[in-house]
Ligand binder design. Structure first.
Ligand code: CP
Ligand code: NVA
Length: 310
């Protein structure tokens, strides 16, 4: 996607709908050619620095393998081992890293911090999850739906659970491709109203709708895809007992998915907690695409890396 050269990927809100569409299609193409053993070495000689303030399995490994497959290299850095862990300003860090690296991927607690890094770095900064967004996840999610349904526009996706990072990026991404999105959260766990308002504008321009509700059945009714994330995100562990109570009516189980289309796809960003946000019968059942979805992180991120770096 040539228009993205040199660009950050922080939220997908500053991407056009066409760019999001093109990234999803490019991800599918890169998947096919990678599986045929012909992934192009577009990033030979390039280095991605990866900064993590939090745990990761999929994001870390798929970015590292993706860079390898494209002929480049990736470096893992935990923030506590860097000087930012001892108070070096993120702005200085961004300027210093720009002298060594070709791009930075960062998983951070605070989206504001990632913005500050991006504002001070002269190289592309890719968001690998913040408190507010998880755009790389959303691109892999769309890729998974696109590859299995053959289309995105006009489909309905339902998200049931906490209205935070994964939900926000899913809503924005789905709006870009003209999917109808319904989000059901418990009271007190709603999505950010500004993000929803922006997503509604994007959806309207693409002929689709974003709806928010407290009613999971309403959200899931007639859905082509049903999406779950954990009830307790990284860093919220001390709230987990309260969250188990607050989210108890929001489990994705057989009774709930009976309201979706019979060929609905179950999706989950992972890691998952079986019998909490999703019943085992659903996540391990015939409509679940979770491992294909996890694999697609690799290909969707290659599409991003190739676009911003080559
Ligand atoms: N879905 C996701 O981002 O997984 P990790 O936390 O393992 O990177
Ligand atoms: N909402 C989860 C997503 C993990 C990939 C978290 O922030 O921990």
């Amino acid at each position: 996607v040539s228009s993205l050269k040199g660009k950050d990927l922080l939220t997908l809100l500053d991407y056009t709908s066409e760019e999001v569409h093109d990234l999803v299609k490019l991800a599918t193409q890169l998947k096919t050619i990678t599986k045929a053993g012909k992934c192009p070495k577009l990033l030979e000689g390039k280095t991605l620095g990866m900064i993590f303030e939090k745990h990761s399995t999929r994001t870390r490994i798929s970015f590292e393998v993706g860079m390898n497959q494209l002929g480049g290299k990736a470096m893992f850095m935990h923030s506590r081992d860097m000087q930012i862990g001892r108070g070096e300003p993120i702005s200085d860090t961004g300027k210093v890293l720009s002298g060594y690296l070709d791009a930075i991927m960062i998983r951070a607690n605070s989206h504001e911090m990632v913005k500050e890094l991006a504002d001070n770095a002269s190289i592309p900064v890719i968001n690998g999850l913040t408190d507010l967004y998880h755009p790389c996840q959303a691109l892999a999610d769309l890729e998974t739906i696109y590859e299995n349904k053959g289309t995105l526009k006009g489909l309905k996706i339902a998200y049931v659970g906490d209205g935070n990072n994964v939900a926000h990026s899913l809503v924005v991404a789905a709006a870009h491709v003209g999917m109808n999105v319904a989000v059901a959260t418990p009271p007190g766990y709603e999505c950010d109203t500004e993000i929803i308002a922006k997503a509604k504008n994007i959806a309207q321009a693409n002929g689709s709708q974003v709806t928010v509700t407290y009613d999971p059945i309403e959200a899931v009714s007639g859905a082509d895809a049903v999406y779950a994330d954990v009830w307790t995100s990284m860093g919220q562990e001390e709230e987990s007992a309260k969250r188990l109570v607050d989210f108890k009516d929001y489990q994705i189980n057989d009774d709930l998915v009976a309201h979706a289309k019979s060929d609905y796809m179950f999706l989950h960003c992972l890691p998952a907690h079986r019998e909490e946000e999703v019943a085992s019968s659903v996540i391990d059942g015939p409509n679940s695409y979770i491992f294909e979805q996890a694999e697609n992180r690799l290909h969707a991120q290659k599409a991003v890396l190739a676009s911003v770096l080559s």
